[in-house]
Structure formats: C-alpha cells, structure tokens
Write a protein that binds this ligand. Sequence first.
Ligand SMILES: [Zn+2]
Ligand SMILES: [Zn+2]
Length: 373
Amino acid sequence: MTHIPDHSRAAVLRAFGQPLRIEEVPVPRTVEPGALLVKTDCCTICGTDVHLAGGALNRRVDLPVIVGHEMTGRIVAMGAGTDRDSIGQALRPGDRITWTRTSCGQCYMCSVARKPTLCENARAYMYENIERPPHLLGGFSDYVYVLPESGRVRVPDDLESPLASMASCAFRSVIHAMDELGEIGRTDTVVIQGTGPLGLLATGVARMSGARRVIAIGAPDARLRLAADFGADQVLSVESTDAAQRLAAVLEATGGRGADIVMEFTGNPAAFTEGLSLARRGGSCLLVGQLGPGEVSLKPSVLVHRNLRVLGSLAGGARDYWAAMEFIRRHRDSLPFERLISNRYRLDQVNEALAAMKAQAEIKPVIALEETA
Ligand SMILES: [Zn+2]
Ligand SMILES: [Zn+2]
C-alpha cells in the first residue's frame, strides 16, 4: 500500500471573505469500519464553493473548514466491510471513487419518506470543522476521509477524473432533479433557465430524452453557443432580450401555449417568477438553482389558475452519481462534456481559481492534486 503521510496539504477557510490558506491538516491514524481514505485526484470548483468562501451561503458552516466538494479520489486505505460500492461493484485499493454526503438510514426522511438526500442526520463535505476528527472532510486537500454513511461509486476506468468530479455535484443534481420531475415526453418543449454547468448539462439531458424542442436562456453569447452544442434548438440571451421578449419567443415556439416544462438553474430569484410565466397551463416548473436568501413576490392564484406544478430538488444520491457518470460515457460522442472543464490549477493557486470562477471566466475549473502531491 502507498505511504500515507501524517498530514495532508489542504486549502482551509478560517474566516468568510478571507483567502484560503494552504495548511497541514492531520490524516486520521485509523480508518473505521465502512470508511475509506482516498488520495484526491482532482476537485472541480462549484459555484457553492465561491458562495461559501464569501460567506453568502444560506446554511451553517463550522469554520475552519476545507473547501471543495466535487472530488474524485483513489482509495489508499479501507475500513472493514468496504469491499463493494453502493452499486454493488467491487472496490479495491487504487480504485477511483466519488462519494455522497451521508444518510443514516434510520431517520424519518431515510426510512419513511425514502428521501435519503434529505436525511435529518446528513453530514456534507466542506462544512465540518477541521479540528475535529476525521479532519479531512473537504475536497481541496491531498487526502479526504470518506465517512461510513457516505454512498460511494467506483469511477469507470474510461472516465477522466475531472468529468467524474463534475458528475459528483453539478451533474448528479441535474439527474436527480430531472428524475424527480418525471419523464420528458416527445411532444414536450423544455425551457432551460441558466447556461452555467447545470443548465448546460440539463440541456444535454433534455435533448437526449427526446424533447420536441429545447430552449436555453442565459448569457454570455459564448455560453449560448455552448448550449446550442449541448442540443438547444433555440437560445435566448438575457443580455439582449427582456422578459417580455423571452415570453413572446417561447409562446411563438409553442403555438401560444407556453413550455410544457421549465427548469431553473440560475440562482436568480427573478428567474422563478419568469419561469412561471413561461410554463403552459398544467405545465411543470423545476427549481434547482435557488440556494440563496433572495425573495420575490408572487400571486399564489397564478399557480391555481394555471394549474402549475412547482418542484424543488436538492442534491442527489449514489444512484444519481452513477447515472451521471454513465450518461457521460453513453453520450460523450454527441455532447461536448470536455468543453465544460476549463483551466487546471494547482492547490496553491486555489484563490486564483475561485476568483476566476466568481468572475465567470471559468465554467468548471479543476484543482489538480495528483501530480502536485
Ligand atoms: Zn457543488
Ligand atoms: Zn437519515
């Protein structure tokens, strides 16, 4: 087995709004039953990392934390009973995996509601204090500790680690949300709000699901061109159109009815109310991007008169991680997944990478750990 050092280099956030610092964080001496220790291959950056570091996330963060949560790692130590992943595939030292936040299997959400992604006892990566064992619960780190209650999925040999990392947050959220929504029909017109990584991935899934028409709304123009390459039949720029023009365009594309399905991946609260107006009577609105504290005002009667179905979706489980990776393998000849992966940075360039992500100069930048360890 590979030599495991006493400490792991990790990018630590000690105060919101401050740069991350590269620190030496202890590596646990033992790996408990069900747990794994992995050597991180890479960690892609998610918008949530930027929001968390800036203190703009609407949830509890127990500082100091190791930032990063879209990671792929290679198994270097295995606790008892970890010889299979959550899909039933064999796991061995050296295998690459991605893993989920934890679910306990014992609470109401896990066992009665059957929504383990909403587990009442869930522990997520990058939110826990590094001073408490097992210390290494964030992705911008040479080593990460995978908790016993985390689902884990082996990464297929032919799938590159940055794509697997993208499938571990951005894409699994899209897959989970679209599965919760239900099937996309051949007669459906789907409007996708947002041309960030999630919106682009959702555009690809809608296209491959056989929707009649896919309309992507976003900006800047380079992202809209990418949306077209991911299968959007029509793109609408939020920079050169207003909400009334976008509504007119969607009505024109749907015989005056509106979209059968509207999916929101922008995080902008105004996109929610706009989305309601773009959906046809009896249509569905799926919300994934709204994670901030923003508010909108709305007439609830709109939902009743127009018989709308509004559905929010959070995160995803092991099934979705697996489905996301398999979707990329199945469709990588048709959809340009590689173009979502932007520049590579070393761990000590993490602040630069976060700044570029914040400035939207990056789509999905990669913190590469393997070769810099
Ligand atoms: Zn994320
Ligand atoms: Zn639970």
